[in-house]
Design a protein around this ligand. Structure first.
Ligand SMILES: *Cc1c(COP(=O)(O)O)cnc(C)c1O
Length: 428
């Protein structure tokens, strides 16, 4: 078999990139269920400890995971990728690969709640400070927030659950003017709807638990390196350009060129933290990736119909979906997400918490789940679930009212989804 053509279209890459069957070999990417590899020479193993160019231990490498990493790198247009055991682990390692105690980083304030906590509570305990900026800040304001010890800028393509669309080019320009990279969490968009590298992002992270897996069968994450950031020219990252004593003097930029970031992440962080997925998880993730283009198309189409139905209801105070023409982020969505804005909609029901609970309990097809981007339609009430510990005043400050519901539209027939939403609205 020939390896997948690097110029192939994304649907083709979803099926053929990453794994090339040998003549007579298995047609489906095999699961290599082994923690260890057997070697004939001591010297070969010694060399791997200087430069791990092939899997030797399952804490940081596996052939099945490697094939999926290569596929995701191809989908995003990057030079390399590293799977992690969760999306949280991907966000954590993407930052730790650049920041030490005493450093800071800038993040857009509208990002996933779990990442907010990771950044503002846990990383702070490690001596790494997050500086929040409004996603609507000007380029000058973003640059003004960047301090001498600031090592990166972070944002989310479509924020979960705020559904704001991130102005990647603006944040990339600000970061690059200050010689630091931009990391983008591309979970909700997936590389099918947006490839942040094309707009200047340097690193992409994902929670693969969401649309990439798609079937709600296994959690995971991934970090992808564009290979575009010049660590030497920046002058702000001595760990990339000076010898790593924990690896016999490896210099990542000298020895690995434009893969310095992703190789350093594996050789230092994955080696030491070991939050690597099992081969079987990577195999399941690959099944999700194979059908990602067809699924994303249908999520977008279904969500658009659902958003229009919800918008037309007099029981609903507001509908947030960047695909809608009057959404405040519609112009940014047209630029960054021309083929659709994914499957998640946020609504606010008139009548607050009581009305929201009545609506959700009346749904028959959609189920209440602590999940999003499932293949099945599901709903969540932030005020009584993910944001339960907040008082009404705190909820208001976080932009969450008691009537707010996050709806993740699935792949059921759209007529059935609309009928279910309508009959539940009728009961409010
Ligand atoms: C869910 C999510 C995460 C965290 O991913 P896990 O796989 O749950 O650890 C990070 N970012 C976004 C945008 C998410 O939706």
């Amino acid at each position: 078999m020939q390896p997948c053509n690097p110029n192939a279209k994304i649907e083709t890459k979803c099926l053929h990139a990453g794994y090339t069957p040998a003549n007579g070999g298995p047609g489906v990417m095999p699961i290599v269920q082994s923690t260890t590899y057997r070697f004939d020479s001591t010297e070969h193993v010694a060399e791997l400890f200087d430069m791990p160019t092939e899997p030797m231990y399952s804490r940081f490498a596996n052939p099945t995971c490697d094939a999926v990493e290569q596929k995701i790198a191809a989908l995003e247009g990057g030079v390399g990728a590293m799977l992690t055991s969760s999306g949280q682990a991907a966000s954590l390692l993407s930052v730790l690969n650049l920041c030490n105690a005493g450093d800071s980083f800038v993040s857009a304030s509208t990002i996933y709640g779990g990442t907010v906590n990771l950044f503002s509570v846990t990383l702070k305990r490690f001596g790494i400070d997050v500086i929040w900026v409004d996603p609507n800040a000007s380029q000058e304001e973003i640059e003004a927030a960047i301090q001498p010890n600031t090592k990166l800028v972070f944002g989310e393509t479509i924020a979960n659950p705020a559904l704001t669309v991130f102005d990647i080019e603006k944040f990339a320009a600000a970061a690059h003017n200050k010689n630091i990279p931009l990391i983008v969490d591309n979970t909700f968009a997936t590389p099918i709807l947006c490839r942040p590298f094309e707009f200047g992002a340097d690193i992409v992270v994902h929670s693969t638990t969401k649309y990439m897996d798609g079937h709600a069968v296994q959690g995971g994450g991934v970090i992808v390196d564009s290979g575009n950031f010049d660590w030497v020219k920046s002058g702000k990252f001595p760990e990339f350009t000076e010898p790593d004593e924990s690896y016999h003097g490896v210099v990542y930029t000298r020895d690995f060129g434009n893969m310095a970031y992703i190789i350093k992440a594996r050789m230092q962080l994955m080696r030491d933290f070991g939050c690597y997925p099992a081969a079987h998880s990577a195999f399941l993730l690959n099944l999700g990736l194979e059908t990602l283009p067809v699924r994303m198309k249908q999520y977008c189409a279904n969500a658009m119909e659902a958003a229009k139905l919800l918008k037309a209801s007099d029981k609903i105070a507001s509908v947030t979906y960047p695909g809608l023409e009057d959404d405040p982020y519609h112009a940014l969505a047209e630029k960054y997400l021309p083929n659709g804005t994914s499957g998640v909609i946020s609504i606010s029901i008139k009548g607050g918490r009581a009305a929201a609970v009545r609506f959700m309990d009346a749904l028959k097809l959609a189920s209440i789940e602590v999940h999003v981007a499932d293949i099945r339609t599901c709903v969540l009430h932030p005020a009584s679930a993910t944001h339960r510990q907040l008082t009404d005043e705190q909820l208001e400050a976080a932009g969450i009212d008691g009537g707010m519901i996050r709806i993740s539209i699935g792949l059921e027939n759209i007529d059935d989804i609309l009928e279910d939403l309508q009959q539940a609205l009728d009961q409010v």
